[in-house]
Write a protein that binds this ligand. Structure first.
Ligand SMILES: C[S@@+](CC[C@H](N)C(=O)[O-])C[C@H]1O[C@@H](n2cnc3c(N)ncnc32)[C@H](O)[C@@H]1O
Length: 251
């Protein structure tokens, strides 16, 4: 009889975990990202200033926005909204993220940038962002998003669809270790933590073993300028996410 009770308790525990874990994980991850991204990081600041510098000279496809010297930006996987500081004044910002628990952090952040006309988060994956009209944005931004998406190719096709001709896709992503001679051990650890599901479990579906450069190059952009590099991060655990990719692709 007692084994029946034990089985029943285990079954209920598994059911509870399966039902509530995705929500708990999303909540915890949003809080973690908020903590992590609010720590001072001069290297990241420098990197972003450089990455977003093409926005300063961009002219909108939309005559109304052009009159006001403004551009329209779509940021996918916006999270807490860490990139506001790098957007030109008067930008119009549309944002997409599937995790609803980022909304409060994002809203807090956007209130600090009244000169950017930002909208509430559209709760959706970038794969499913069909609500964003074709040829409607001047720039798409993605920072640290592709590590955890379901379908990279589909997102790139969505980005090409929503970008106006000549529009730019600006990206910065952590990727799989690319220097196997000097950092083979890091690559092995990335593989182990991803294959065992430990890292995706802890970091809301993040994979350490992706490198989206080739996929971006093959997606159909007219120009791709990209660079693999090491993002300087002090924390020992986050040495695993220092191999990175940044660049700009043009529709
Ligand atoms: C590591 S966080 C990065 C957040 C923010 N971009 C930054 O640079 O701090 C990854 C973000 O991607 C979002 N995300 C995950 N899968 C996604 C998908 N399929 N489409 C769009 N965003 C996604 C997550 O909810 C999360 O906000």
């Amino acid at each position: 009889m007692s084994w029946l009770l034990t089985l029943g308790v285990i079954a209920v525990l598994i059911w509870l975990l399966k039902t509530f874990w995705p929500n708990i994980r999303q909540r915890y991850f949003a809080a973690f990202m908020n903590y992590y991204t609010t720590q001072p990081n001069p290297d990241m600041d420098k990197l972003k200033k450089d990455l977003f510098s093409p926005l300063g000279s961009l002219v909108s496809h939309d005559p109304e926005l052009r009159k006001n010297n403004a551009i329209k930006i779509l940021e996918i996987g916006v999270g807490t909204g860490v990139n506001f500081a790098y957007y030109p004044e008067k930008s119009r910002l549309v944002v997409v993220d599937p995790n609803p628990h980022f909304a409060s952090y994002y809203n807090e952040n956007r209130a600090k940038f009244p000169n950017i006309q930002s909208e509430e988060i559209i709760v959706s994956t970038a794969e499913e962002m069909d609500m964003v009209p074709d040829n409607s944005v001047d720039v798409v931004v993605s920072t640290l998003v592709f590590c955890s998406v379901g379908n990279t190719e589909k997102i790139l096709q969505q980005i090409l669809r929503v970008l106006t001709p000549g529009g730019k896709f600006i990206f910065f992503e952590h990727i799989r270790e690319f220097d196997t001679e000097r950092h083979g051990m890091r690559r092995k650890i990335q593989g182990f933590l991803t294959a065992t599901g430990i890292w995706p479990f802890l970091f809301d579906g993040c994979y350490l073993t992706r490198d989206m450069l080739e996929t971006i190059q093959k997606a159909g952009f007219s120009k791709v300028q990209a660079q693999r590099f090491y993002n300087p991060i002090d924390h020992i655990v986050f040495q695993l996410v220092t191999p990175s990719l940044k660049g700009v692709a043009e529709k």
